[in-house]
Design a protein around this ligand. Sequence first.
Ligand SMILES: [Zn+2]
Length: 145
Amino acid sequence: MFCSKCGTQLLDEANFCWKCGLPQKEGVVAEEPRYEACEISWRYTLPQPIFAIKKFQFVAVAIGPTGKRVVAETPLLSTGSARRACPPLASTDGRAAWDQSHEAVDAMIIALVADGWEYQGPFGDGRYWQKSFRRRVKQQTDKKA
Ligand SMILES: [Zn+2]
């Protein structure tokens, strides 16, 4: 038989078109793929005294069916100076701190993608760490006999 939507050839007993997902039998409902979302933000690692050099880290926070959780975090980073923006916002905020922050974010992105997260684009103000991802939630198969 052929899919009535996309014309792909299917096995006669197919419940779904393997190509477009159209149900091929009555009473068969296509499972909506469900996604969990993930965004990279940052946090102070400890309460920061006002005039101290800031210590912080970038964190990847996922929101899914089981709630909110941190799925990745960078090592502790430093602004290198109490007067500089945290996180560094420009290379003028200390070249070393700027480079270190970018390397940490890039490494985190590589790790997230290796872990199955698909890059979705920037969010918020589009700062270099403000990247969003999604990942398909594995369906719990609880088929009833
Ligand atoms: Zn089809």
